[in-house]
Design a protein around this ligand. Structure first.
Ligand code: TPP
Ligand code: MG
Length: 273
């Protein structure tokens, strides 16, 4: 992919946010909040000079792999894949329709360019570790990136995977926790607190980088740091705002799994001009 300037990356992020609002609005269902919180993370990975990938050759064996473990946030992934040219941009508004390539959770049967079908929370880190180990066995330079939700990491399988990744020194994998402080119907701290989160990952043997998940240059620096680190997997604890970019969605538990109405779509798009 050509290298983009910060202004270009921010423009892509805005287009992705507009697409998320339009897709969920058209579907009248879906997950806008957790899609909007991870936009800069995905845009930095795909367009910010981080992932080695080539939309003209989606099956390139040495490509870096991306797994959206928090699969319900797929409107953001679909918009990014469409921006990159992996999938048709003019079908985004068929989200969640019967037979659409853009299913309500990422489904490889409908959209083969996806690396994995996800949405049953807790599984993506294990899948990613398997791919990273396979890459190592095949002596390929590929790296694996897995986005996790903060609510998602309450799942036990995540911590089994965390233990495994450190023990097997899987240094070609980066996990990114979209730390938006909200889960399905409330705040993490009121349901099952994660803190001290940095100390937990460190205790499991991971290299930890904490940053503002909407800060593209900080994300680029963190991915570059992770790429040079040998012998340990890296986790990026990305502090984000659920619903980021749309005033009435920001920090609102309501917009986890509720789509914007027609009027709300119009207002959101005005804010995202
Ligand atoms: C195994 C499993 N249990 C429950 C769900 C239902 N579910 C979908 S999203 C969600 C909350 C996830 O919260 P978080 O990971 O913080 O997501 P985000 O805030 O990024 O949207 C739940 C419980 C699921 N998809 N998979
Ligand atoms: Mg969350």
């Amino acid at each position: 992919m050509p290298k983009h300037s910060l202004e270009e990356l921010q423009a892509i992020a805005k287009r992705v946010r507009r697409a998320i609002v339009q897709m969920t609005g058209a579907a009248k269902s879906g997950h806008p909040g957790g899609s909007l919180s991870q936009v800069e993370i995905l845009v930095t990975l795909f367009f910010g000079g981080v992932m080695r990938h080539d939309p003209a050759h989606p099956e390139w064996a040495e490509r870096d792999r991306f797994i959206l473990s928090k699969g319900h946030g797929c409107p953001a992934l679909y918009a990014v894949l469409a921006e990159a040219g992996y999938a048709p941009i003019d079908q985004l508004n068929t989200l969640r329709k019967l037979g659409s390539i853009y299913q309500g959770h990422p489904d490889k049967r409908f959209l083969p360019v996806l690396e994995a079908s996800t949405g049953s929370l807790g599984q993506g880190l294990s899948i990613g570790l398997g791919m990273a180990l396979a890459g190592r066995l095949d002596a390929r330079p590929m790296r694996v990136y897995v986005v996790l939700g903060d609510g998602e990491i309450q799942e036990g399988q995540i911590w089994e995977a965390a233990m495994f990744g450190a023990y097997h020194r899987v240094d070609n994998l980066v996990a990114i926790v979209d730390y938006n402080k909200l889960q399905l119907d409330g705040f993490i701290k009121d349901i099952m607190e994660l803190e001290p989160l940095v100390a937990k990952w460190q205790a499991f043997g991971w290299h930890v980088i904490e940053l503002n998940g909407h800060d593209i240059p900080a994300l680029q620096a963190a991915f570059a740091e992770a790429a040079t680190l040998k012998g340990k997997p890296t986790v990026i604890i990305a502090h984000t705002i659920k619903g980021k970019g749309v005033s009435f969605m920001e920090n609102s538990p309501k917009f986890h799994g509720v789509a914007p109405t027609k009027d709300e779509v119009a207002q959101a798009l005005k804010e995202l001009e």
